[in-house]
Every structure is written in C-alpha cells, then in structure tokens.
Design a protein around this ligand. Structure first.
Ligand SMILES: Nc1nc(=O)c(N)c(NC[C@H](O)[C@H](O)[C@H](O)COP(=O)(O)O)[nH]1
Ligand SMILES: [Zn+2]
Length: 167
C-alpha cells in the first residue's frame, strides 16, 4: 500500500501546533517514519524536550531514549530505511550555535556507512528571516538523502511556524 505523505505531513503539523511560540525561532513539527511500512516511530515539536530543541532533534532524541542510547548513536537503533517528515526543512545553521538538524540527520549512520534516514519530506523551505538562505537540502542530497517537498499545507505551516513573531 502506498504511504500517504500528505496525511503524515498533517500529523507533523499537529505536532507543530503544540510548540510554544517564540520570536527567535519557528514552531515546527516532525515525525520519524519507517520507510518500508509507514509506521510512525517518533513524533516531536520545537522545544518539546528541555533546552533549545528543534522538532527533528526531539524525534531523534526521543527514539534514542526509548532504546537507551544517546542521540548521536540513534542511527544504530533506527530502521535502516527511515524517513523524516518535517513541516519546515531541517536547519543547516542555528543562531544559537547548536548543532543543526541537517548534521544530526547525516550522522544517523549504520554499520555500512550510509545514513539510515534516506528521505526527508518537508512542508516548506525555511524563510530567510534568521539565517539567510538555508542550503541544507544540497548538503543532504550530497549525502544521498532525498529531499521531497509535500505541497498543500504551506500557508497553515507558516502561520503556525511564525506564531511567536511580532505581527
Ligand atoms: N527545521 C526547523 N525546526 C525547528 O524546530 C526550528 N525551531 C527551526 N528553526 C530554524 C531557525 O533558523 C532557528 O530557530 C534560528 O536560527 C534560531 O536558532 P535556535 O533555534 O535558537 O537554535 N527549524
Ligand atoms: Zn533544526
């Protein structure tokens, strides 16, 4: 059966709606999904976990916690065909200086060297408000991680993402 990418992106948007709005970031939601059968492995939203955390980062950290490994080793416990759905493309630079999610995705290496996250479905590109043009998609593609835009939810995603920004 075909995996319904729009339905999964809607679920990621439901996560984003739980994020506490801030003027200095975006409210984003993400899911980790088994690429073979569409099973949702983890859900996350910006600031869900303590600290200045991103939605994608929360998914990775929560899945790692469930297997009692640190986030940087989550590649060892994720299915070797994992898909990430995120309402906004993964960050490639963070004003806080924290490790960008593109790097967290790429390092999900399994034994034979490729990242177990093979595809990233995104709802919107990152607006250029904080860090200029986000060049993360090119970096992901260099690491053979396919980035696919899921059209249709852009307006709602951006409304949620910028809820904490002054009007
Ligand atoms: N894909 C994505 N998921 C998130 O959960 C999130 N908050 C952003 N936001 C990107 C934006 O560029 C950064 O939020 C700012 O650069 C500030 O950096 P911090 O978030 O404080 O590290 N992007
Ligand atoms: Zn990020």
């Amino acid at each position: 059966h075909a995996i319904d990418h729009l339905a999964l992106m809607r679920e990621a948007l439901e996560e984003a709606k739980q994020s506490p709005p801030k003027p200095s970031n975006y409210c984003v939601g993400a899911l980790l999904v088994d690429g073979d059968n569409g099973e949702v492995l983890a859900r996350g939203y910006t600031l869900e976990l303590e600290g200045n955390t991103h939605a994608e980062q929360c998914c990775l950290a929560k899945f790692a916690q469930a297997f009692d490994v640190p986030e940087e080793r989550v590649g060892e416990v994720l299915p070797t065909n994992t898909t990430l759905y995120t309402t906004m493309e993964p960050c490639n630079l963070r004003l806080s200086g924290n490790l960008p999610c593109v790097d967290r995705i790429i390092r999900t290496k399994c034994k034979d060297g490729h990242s177990v996250i093979r595809k990233v479905y995104l709802g919107v590109k990152e607006p250029e408000k904080f860090v200029g043009e986000n060049k993360g998609r090119a970096k992901l593609e260099e690491h053979r991680i396919e980035c696919i835009h899921v059209p249709g939810l852009e307006n709602e995603i951006l409304k949620v993402a910028t809820a904490g920004h002054e009007k």
